[in-house]
Ligand binder design. Sequence first.
Ligand code: SF4
Length: 310
Amino acid sequence: MIRSSYVYGPVPSRRLGLSLGVSIIPRKTCTIDCVYCQCGRTTRRTLKREPFYPVEDIVEQVRQAVATHELDFITFSGEGEPTLNSDIGRLIRRFKAEFRVPVAVITNSTLMTDPAVRRALYRADLVVPSLDAADQATFRKVNRAHQGLVVEDIIQSLVTFRRHFRGRMWLEVMLVRDVNDAPAHVVKLRQAAWRIRPDRVHLNTVVRPPAESWAGPLDRDDLEQVRVLFGPGTEIADSALRRAKRRTGQDPERAIYELVRNRPVTFADMERSLGIDPRLLKPALGRLLKQRRVRRVRFWGKEFFEPPGA
Ligand code: SF4
């Protein structure tokens, strides 16, 4: 099976600079089904690793994108779990050898219990694993995990991975109001993070339309309290966002389209991520809306933009 496009970006990202997003799994093929997922509900929940696509097709598309952009990272991400692709280690090796661009992997951590997955990811420069639950009941609630997954095993596998991994590791924690934000659970999450010893912890909350409409965000004060509890090296995703560097010289319409293809964004997100003058951004967005290449959606009183049919 050949996909029309493996490459999302290049997308300016607040943390990764100019990052080429590469998706190597079919849409919403995942080990879990997070209530906050911005890509909707998981349509195929599985633990079975497969090659999915020919490696050469993926490499060729990345080759074309790399030739025309100065990238800070090639990032395995996408609308599902990238480590389900059994060729991920081979792809990391190929990208690093051929393109000489640092490689990042964004993973939900659930397959890190598999030594073959850990071995594959040792070759990456940056691994961004997520951990939203530190006990099995909360894991079931927030991530609606495949029944074969045990959260304590996942935490232990991250501890093992960190011990041997020479690259950078940023742990992502997504907090959902009334689902995984109870103080006793947040303390357990902190203990898990301390055991894992990532280089940084990023705290996040629901800021884009989630799979379940009842999955709501924490407010700023609550997030700040959690940040203080986690201690040094912990950031709230928004504060990282504010530090984003401004980039210029982009075609606004193209830049907006590439950004919303990746995830729903607000106008403020666009300004911050793209660094384009709002006087150029607004009319460009207006044109995309008129051409129906982008549409508006509302979530928690905020207006987001996404591609039609997303
Ligand atoms: S947020 Fe990520 S890990 Fe969770 S269901 Fe969506 S794609 Fe899977």
